[in-house]
Design a protein. Sequence first.
Length: 182
Amino acid sequence: MRRADARSNRDRLVAAAREAFASAGLEVPMREVARRAGVGVATLYRHFPTRTELVTTVLVERVEECGVRMRSALDDPDAWRALSGTVREFADRQVHDRVLNEALLGPGEFAAAFQVERREHAQALDVLVARARAAGVLRDGVDVDDVRAGLLAIASLRRLPAETSARVIGRVAALVLAGIRA
């Protein structure tokens, strides 16, 4: 029974950390994460002796989800739906996972820890753009660097105040897609 309880506590801690990091940043007090999970601070530290371990665990989960979504896009036979869905998903993550994306995409230890996965996601984007170009759904002259420039523009907007970022990021994503589509 203890193992199931321990797994449950760990799962609650990761879920609470994900929400706390998203709303209050990576420096949210560990006591607050424990409170949100409904466990004691000692339980949190038994599972995650350092903040870095907890942040890394949450980031691993997010990176794995992104990998699943990229593989799904690669499996989609509709080249435009696959590419545009990827751009929209990226934009949505900038709105809902602002702080976690800052950790993954910015300089620092967390970004460095996921270099292999980031390279795999970049290669998947290369394939999605090549498929879209081959299907004739991209504007003449549009290449993967243009799509990446659009993603960078979207990512830069995550620093806007939360009350406006969703609207602005959504509009910029729509403009990027309109600008690359044939």
